[in-house]
Design a protein around this ligand. Structure first.
Ligand SMILES: CC(C)(COP(=O)(O)OP(=O)(O)OC[C@H]1O[C@@H](n2cnc3c(N)ncnc32)[C@H](O)[C@@H]1OP(=O)(O)O)[C@@H](O)C(=O)NCCC(=O)NCCS
Length: 225
């Protein structure tokens, strides 16, 4: 982003974000602070557009599995207040290497939950990742794939885990090597059209940047891990 863009983001952040969001941003270094402000402004405008209300009518209302809810909580599961009540919107967000993925369900059915994750394929390619992040079953699955496909598959599994754990709200308080996501219902994969021949269970989607995979988890909260 150039100087004009960052100045515009600062103005919009000051107009739209809650004091807890601004306080969280102000504890960050310059580059992550800007990414955070830009993504929270984009998320609020996205939510407002879906709800058909001005963005200034929404107030961030986050839910952390450890800290709970309240005006001073700006981390955890995203949500908004509208006219004093919870805005009728499920939201999930993910940032990766300067990109932001936003997913939402407007006026969700009772008990529905949503999680989304965007992952750079390169970010999961390091020694020791599989032992910490994958179940024994997932490691066997990876080993059975042709070598050229393995890095994509590893990133796909990781995006699925983070999307799932955002859906349940637990986040990485759950050990990722205890959560098998190969066959969980409600998980959907997305990858770019152009990078390679997509496998049958991936949905090619032009909105995913080259070198990234995304996953969406949607279902009810009561999920066996
Ligand atoms: C959720 C998590 C897996 C995502 O991590 P990540 O890959 O580094 O980051 P992503 O950009 O993909 O996702 C971040 C977004 O996930 C969402 N998120 C964070 N915690 C969440 C939760 N418990 N439930 C649902 N969504 C959550 C937020 O929208 C967050 O955006 P923000 O940075 O603007 O607040 C990780 O942050 C995590 O495990 N957090 C919870 C840990 C926890 O509960 N700690 C206790 C804090 S007191």
């Amino acid at each position: 982003m150039d100087h004009v863009d960052s100045a515009a983001i600062e103005v919009m952040a000051a107009e739209l974000l809650s004091s807890a969001e601004v306080a969280r941003a102000n504890a960050m270094a310059t580059a992550p602070r800007f990414d955070f402000l830009a993504s929270r402004v984009a998320q609020q405008r996205f939510a407002a557009e879906l709800l058909g209300v001005p963005a200034s009518k929404l107030t961030a209302a986050y839910e952390c599995p450890q800290c709970g809810t309240g005006a001073d909580v700006a981390h955890g599961r995203p949500g908004y207040l509208l006219d004093g009540g919870s805005a009728p919107l499920l939201l999930s967000a993910s940032r990766a290497s300067g990109w932001l993925l936003l997913a939402a369900v407007v006026r969700p059915g009772k008990g529905l939950r949503l999680g989304a994750d965007l992952e750079s394929v390169a970010a999961t390619e390091f020694a020791g990742f599989d032992e910490v992040a994958l179940t024994a079953n997932e490691r066997r699955h990876l080993a059975s794939m042709e070598p050229g496909r393995r890095s994509w598959e590893r990133a796909r599994l990781w995006a699925r885990k983070e999307a799932w754990l955002k859906m349940t709200g637990e986040g990485l308080r759950v050990r990722p090597d205890s959560l098998d996501v190969l066959d969980k219902p409600g998980l959907h994969d997305y990858e770019p059209f152009s990078d390679h021949e997509p496998s049958s269970h991936h949905e090619p989607f032009s909105g995913v940047p080259s070198g990234f995979v995304a996953a969406l988890a949607i279902g009810t909260g009561a999920v066996p891990l």
